[in-house]
Design a binder for this molecule. Structure first.
Ligand SMILES: [Zn+2]
Length: 408
């Protein structure tokens, strides 16, 4: 067992206090980025930083840093944290837990009197969710050079208010010089937001990276014709061809029995009239796999299945590539370190890839990065019913504390 460790009650109390800000009637959380609630939450976090005598800095992107200096001011920092913003009527654990776990870890370092050379920084990232300002993980994206600063400041919400103006309004437009630049390690604790850890009866998810994904739009073209007089045998029904293709793709992915996933989230037929054979069908494809080479192979095979199915139904087909995000594998060294902590602490774990994006995905470009997942009950997230067990949370934060100490 761990001799000196985190203060479970303190973490729980801070979590309750923080989540009264933006709490919904059904026990969820409504704290959109840079809203008045987000400002209150930020102010509270800054107060807690000050109580611990951390150096507080805010960069021009509104990211907040609580810095515990090390003995070597020139050493690259170890950064830990997540985000305080939520989706509309979301859950209390997504993001907030990662920020407060990081704060608890820094306070535990102080309590234990751990000396270290590198600075340890707790971070709260701006607009992770991309719910109010529609680009998720934008601030870590700017830090890592994926996006330009202006891409972020010009983002507008539904009423036309820009992110840049809101940062100024709530008093969190800080200094560009304070941006994270040279970072040694980034570690983020987050809820899983899926059912895998509960199914695996694991207390902790060791996240090896973020899955890659590829988006496409398929168009099948046949001939629109009258639903009555046209014989079944000679029809060129674009909708039937499209459904056959989707079914074939679905069965193929099931038969792989690996981490590939495929989704057809948007389907449209034309002319969309009850007594007309559809002459055109368009559907989206979202295909994912954690390894780049395999994802590329899967995309090739997917294209083959689409073409073959269209030919079989005497249809023309086109495939447009919409976007490709390569998988982001995290630091193998940190994965190994984390696994070793779990083994020595006798904590059950499961190695996995994240299906969702997180700030860690972009921080991975700046620093050696890893994430820890806490099991989500029923796998529910972005939902007021989001829930995790506190025994799992405490175990996960303890393990993260040991992992952070190993890096210092
Ligand atoms: Zn999140």
């Amino acid at each position: 067992m761990i001799a000196v460790s985190i203060n479970e009650a303190r973490l729980y109390d801070r979590f309750q206090t923080m989540n009264r800000i933006g709490e919904t009637e059904r026990g969820g959380l409504h704290r959109l980025a840079l809203s008045d609630e987000d400002k209150q939450a930020r102010d509270l976090l800054v107060d807690w930083f000050k109580e611990l005598h951390l150096t507080v800095r805010v960069d021009d992107l509104g990211n907040i840093y609580g810095i515990k200096p090390g003995s070597d001011p020139s050493a690259k920092p170890v950064v830990i944290g997540s985000h305080l913003d939520s989706v509309p009527k979301g859950g209390k654990y997504d993001g907030t837990l990662g920020v407060l776990a990081a704060l608890e870890i820094v306070e535990s370092l102080i309590d234990e009197g751990v000396s270290h050379e590198q600075p340890v920084i707790v971070v709260n990232f701006t607009n992770e969710e991309g719910a109010r300002f529609p680009k998720p993980m934008i601030s870590s994206g700017v830090l890592s050079g994926v996006y330009q600063t202006e891409d972020m400041f010009q983002l507008a919400d539904d009423s036309g208010i820009t992110l840049g103006d809101e940062l100024k309004r709530i008093g969190y437009a800080g200094e560009k010089d304070f941006r994270l630049k040279d970072v040694d390690k980034f570690i983020e604790l987050h809820i899983e937001q899926g059912p895998v850890l509960i199914e695996q009866q694991a207390a902790i998810g060791i996240v090896e990276g973020i899955q890659g994904l590829s988006w496409h739009e398929a168009t099948f073209i046949g001939e629109a014709d009258h639903a009555g007089p046209s014989p079944m045998s000679t029809r060129k029904d674009a909708a039937v061809g499209a459904f056959k293709a989707m079914t074939a793709l679905h069965e193929w992915v099931l038969s792989l029995e690996d981490e590939t996933s495929i989704t057809f989230g948007r389907i449209a037929v034309e002319p969309h009239v009850v007594n007309v054979i559809p002459g055109k069908a368009v559907f989206s494809i979202d295909i994912r796999h954690p390894e780049k080479e395999i994802l590329e192979q899967r995309i090739d095979k997917m294209k083959q299945i689409l073409t073959e199915t269209a030919l079989r139904f005497d249809l023309d087909s086109q495939l447009e590539d919409l976007s490709f995000m390569p998988p982001a594998p995290f630091s193998q060294k940190l994965v190994q370190d984390l696994e070793n902590v779990c083994l020595s602490e006798k904590v059950s774990y499961h190695r996995m890839y994240s299906g969702a994006g997180h700030d860690a995905m972009y921080m991975n470009r700046l620093a050696e990065t890893i994430m820890l997942f806490v099991p989500s009950i029923d796998g529910k997230s972005h939902n007021e019913k989001e829930e995790s067990r506190w025994e799992d949370i405490h175990q996960c934060v303890k393990v993260m504390y040991e992992l952070v100490k190993k890096q210092l």
